[in-house]
Design a protein around this ligand. Structure first.
Ligand SMILES: [Zn+2]
Length: 194
């Protein structure tokens, strides 16, 4: 990672740290705000897209770090306090970008399929908010997300298959070779947030 920029600041109400790094093909930044209140705090890693917009790639819920950081004040050593969290976020984001291009756009058809996934899981007027912890947990358990658009118009969303599986390689035109077993989360050791 090549360092590009670093900004930090502190006041009595909050302190913040932003670090921008350059990777081959990607510009990434970690942006952390530690507010006096937990709900005014966030930690996110973003990638710069071709149109100049920053898109969120990874985040860490304030519940994981807010309690371990000092109350805002002008004497807070911001980089020493938030530097490690920024490093972890940047490394996680770099890992995700290496697996899958984050700037990939969603076709109208896949958008429709996500709508159907939500409607069939949570009802036609369904709503589901996914927390940063849920996203981290999903990355840590099961396979990578694959979205396979089939010629008949159906769409498969799956976390059940490894990268080299025939099902994934052929975009669902072939069967799985049944070698895509992932350990159940209960057997992995780390339990989800409850
Ligand atoms: Zn498979």
């Amino acid at each position: 990672m090549n360092e590009r920029d670093e900004i930090s600041g502190a006041s009595s109400g909050s302190y913040h740290y932003t670090r921008v790094v350059e990777l081959p093909g990607h510009t990434l930044r970690a942006r952390i705000e530690r507010g006096y209140y937990i709900n005014r705090s966030f930690a996110v890693a973003e990638v710069l897209s071709d149109d100049g917009a920053w898109t969120s790639v990874a985040a860490d819920g304030p519940g994981n770090w807010w309690h371990d950081t000092p109350t805002p004040g002008s004497d807070v050593q911001v980089v020493a306090t938030l530097g490690e969290l920024a490093e972890v976020l940047l490394r996680r984001a770099a890992g995700m970008l290496a697996v899958q291009p984050a700037t990939r756009t969603i076709s109208p058809h896949v958008n429709g399929a996500i709508s159907a996934l939500l409607a069939t899981s949570y009802g036609f007027d369904g709503e589901k908010r996914v927390e940063p912890d849920d996203i981290v947990w999903a990355y840590d358990h099961g396979g990578a997300l694959y979205v396979l658009e089939h010629p008949d118009g159906s769409v498969t969303f799956t976390k059940a298959h490894r990268e080299g599986c025939p099902f994934v390689i052929s975009a669902g035109a072939q069967d799985c070779d049944d070698d895509c077993c992932f350990p159940h989360p209960a057997e992995v050791g780390r339990k989800p947030w409850n």
